[in-house]
Design a protein around this ligand. Structure first.
Ligand SMILES: [Zn+2]
Length: 308
């Protein structure tokens, strides 16, 4: 298969047309993610300090959960930063995959912290451990609820304004995370009412939430590294290219490198087509595929002569 090289990105055959307001919307999304991560970081660190003061494992788990979410946002940012660097001779596809590499590290840290929170909870449950400064602990859990709710509302408002499905899904995640903080709160209220086991039981429940984050991060990274892609993307690209006049049959492949979606189309065209006509057809195909698959960042076009 031969490739036609563009000037900036050797893997891209054609410069793809910029989408409407793309830069401005991306800036707004970035700001929403950054402000939310900062808010969650403050919430998580405060909870962590209160967890150490009170000995509450429910709060400990909730703090770890919030800080895990912050670290995944940080990885996304690192990915954006590194993927903006151009390709070099040694890294002809740029550094898109740095995000996936960092994702492996984050997954390991999340699973280790889940194990730590789970271990501390079970140990406290067995030892009938005490929880001190109960009202400060309760204030910490309330902070967790308020922090996550505030972040959820903010992300939802921005997500609706710029119509970002990712941000809206992220808002739902933060809304659910307020439930995790509510679990820590319930445990501490039980302790205040004389039920010592309330806090460690809450700690175990909150550990489940951390495992859920770990599972999501791990499957996401493994899928990306194994070049998995939504089959609908391939089908849509094949349909868009296959319908063009002059194309007899089109075969498409697609994969993500970091946040960049690369689509390759191999097209069997009428054998009489000149190189110039094939090139023009490729440009039309790039636009047609972009129409159907707005996420595509790189488009590679190869033509083959269809049997006469
Ligand atoms: Zn979360």
């Amino acid at each position: 298969m031969h490739k036609i090289s563009g000037q900036r990105d050797p893997a891209a055959a054609f410069t793809l047309p910029a989408l409407r307001d793309d830069a401005s919307e991306r800036r707004q999304a970035n700001r929403a993610v950054a402000v939310s991560a900062a808010g969650l970081a403050v919430t998580g660190i405060t909870e962590l300090l209160i967890a150490v003061l009170t000995g509450s494992v429910g709060l400990l788990g909730d703090a770890i959960h919030n800080l895990s979410d912050v670290s995944t946002s940080a990885v996304v940012f690192l990915g954006f930063r590194l993927s903006r660097r151009g390709p070099t001779e040694r890294y002809p596809y740029g550094l898109d995959r740095a995000e996936d590499l960092a994702g492996i590290g984050i997954a390991v840290v999340i699973w280790a912290s889940a194990a730590f929170a789970g271990y501390e909870s079970v140990r406290k449950l067995i030892a009938h451990g005490a929880t001190g400064h109960i009202w400060i602990g309760i204030a910490g859990a309330v902070l967790g609820i308020v922090g996550n709710q505030a972040v959820a509302r903010y992300k939802l408002a921005t997500g609706k304004r710029i119509r970002s499905a990712t941000l809206i899904a992220d808002a739902r995640h933060s809304w659910l995370d307020a439930l995790s903080s509510a679990g820590a709160l319930a445990g501490l209220v039980a302790v205040a009412l004389g039920r010592r086991w309330g806090d460690p039981v809450a700690g175990i429940a909150v550990t489940m939430f951390i495992c859920h984050v770990g599972y999501d991060v791990t499957t996401d990274v493994v899928r990306r590294l194994a070049d998995s892609v939504d089959p609908q993307i391939v089908a849509a690209a094949e349909a868009a290219a296959g319908e063009l006049p002059g194309v007899v049959h089109a075969h498409a492949r697609a994969r993500w490198t970091g946040r960049r979606l690369r689509v390759e189309v191999e097209a069997w065209v009428h054998p009489g087509l000149t190189a110039r006509e094939s090139d023009a057809l490729g440009r039309t195909a790039a636009a047609a595929v972009r129409d159907q698959v707005p996420d595509v960042d790189s488009f590679t076009w190869a033509t083959r002569a269809a049997p006469a």
